[in-house]
Design a protein around this ligand. Structure first.
Ligand SMILES: Cc1ncc(COP(=O)(O)O)c(C=O)c1O
Length: 379
């Protein structure tokens, strides 16, 4: 089968990153590999296939029941935690699929107990603690209310507490992360005093790479396993702390082919809105990918792709299904020549970080928004 646009997943790179992460985490700490959002755009099927064979992954983390069921259908037997909300109407399916629930509403836990009892099955949940991120999670002053419910649980099992850092990736000053960690420990001490000893997890990629003291019983690792630093600040903090490079390898490459080549006269406009006018005779390539394929419209007149080892700048607006690049400086070209949208070509390399810088976002968003419909090829 030939393809006009496709994404390649480098299994060796993924294995390398998982091994690297495993080497940074103590033996008793379990790795929860975060494969939500179609495995950060990489394609759940390909990624899970490699992760299952790697022997490096203990649990998987997803965002929804739907994603958990997708893993079960792929044959995953390992524990799966949903970090996102599972509707009350979906609790029964969640229990049947052995999903760990992230909880923070008291009435939800009562319902979990009721439904687990009816099914005569155990339902494991992780209580999210608010430590300063202002997202999901319960405040410390709510604990007594939860304790009263927990004292009566039989089928619903209080397996762990969790929390999430607010700005650990955004800065090289980790004082807020320290403050959150202290709040987490104080909160945990209170829970423990009341006779509960749940497991603990708090750590995303940044804290896993930088702060072993945040690892606890599990780390929840996403972006670094896919070969990306969470941010330049995290990378810099790592270099400052360890005086050593950590070689993460990018797992995903994204390609298309030229649909048409043509010459435009000096003074010709390119694409919608007439936002680009040629200043000289210009050779352009019409590419059959646009914002429908995850090529952000903000890359109009600002991004570039790679062709024959050279950078080819995007000219004019990115359309729904088409993008135009200037290929004047490349001599021999034909329709259907391969174009690298993300990946390596000769000496050049183009990453989700490059895209993100151009469009004022983060690599996570660039990757996660790559459409599911584009075929993922495991190599
Ligand atoms: C709750 C939670 N834990 C862990 C992660 C993984 O973070 P990272 O990709 O930075 O490793 C995420 C990612 O969004 C998350 O929302």
């Amino acid at each position: 089968m030939t393809m006009l646009k496709w994404i390649e997943i480098d299994s060796k790179a993924l294995l390398h990153n998982l091994r690297l992460i495993r080497s940074l985490v103590k033996g008793q700490t379990k790795i929860i590999f975060i494969v939500k959002a179609n495995a950060y755009g990489h394609g759940t099927k390909s990624v899970v296939e490699v992760a299952e064979k790697s022997g490096m992954v203990d649990w998987y983390g997803v965002n929804s029941l739907e994603e958990a069921i997708e893993l079960r259908k792929l044959g995953v037997k390992k524990n799966i935690i949903s970090l996102g909300y599972i509707e009350r109407d979906e609790i029964v399916d969640g229990i049947k699929n052995k999903v760990r629930f992230t909880v923070y509403n008291p009435e939800y836990i009562v319902e979990l107990e009721k439904k687990a009892k009816k099914l005569n099955k155990e339902a494991y949940f992780h209580l999210k603690l608010e430590t300063g991120t202002g997202r999901q999670g319960i405040n410390k002053n709510e604990w007594k209310k939860f304790k009263k419910i927990f004292d009566k649980l039989e089928y619903a099992k209080f397996e762990a507490v969790s929390s999430h850092f607010a700005n650990i990736e955004d800065t090289i000053d980790h004082s807020y992360a320290d403050y959150q960690l202290k709040r987490f420990k104080r909160f945990y001490a209170m829970i423990k005093k009341d006779g509960f000893s749940p497991l603990k997890h708090f750590s995303c990629s940044a804290s896993t790479l930088l702060f072993p003291e945040t690892h606890f019983d599990f780390v929840r690792v996403g972006i670094s396993a896919y070969g990306y630093w969470p941010s330049n600040e995290t990378h810099l903090s790592f270099l400052l702390k360890y005086k050593n490079e950590l070689e993460l390898r990018k797992v995903l490459s994204f390609y298309t082919k030229i649909a048409q080549l043509k010459e435009l006269k000096k003074g010709s406009y390119i694409s919608y809105g007439l936002t680009y006018k040629t200043t000289q005779k210009t050779k352009v390539a019409i590419l059959p990918v646009g914002y429908y394929d995850g090529i952000d419209r903000k890359l109009s007149n600002s991004g570039y792709f790679l062709l024959k080892g050279e950078r080819v700048p995007i000219r004019g607006r990115v359309c729904m299904n088409i993008t135009i690049v200037d290929v004047s400086h490349i001599k021999v070209l034909s329709p259907e020549d391969k174009v690298t949208l993300i990946g390596k070509d000769g000496e050049e390399s183009l990453t989700a970080d490059n895209w993100a810088q151009n469009i004022n976002t983060i690599n996570y968003e660039v990757l996660a928004r790559l459409p599911k419909e584009i075929p993922r090829i495991l190599i």
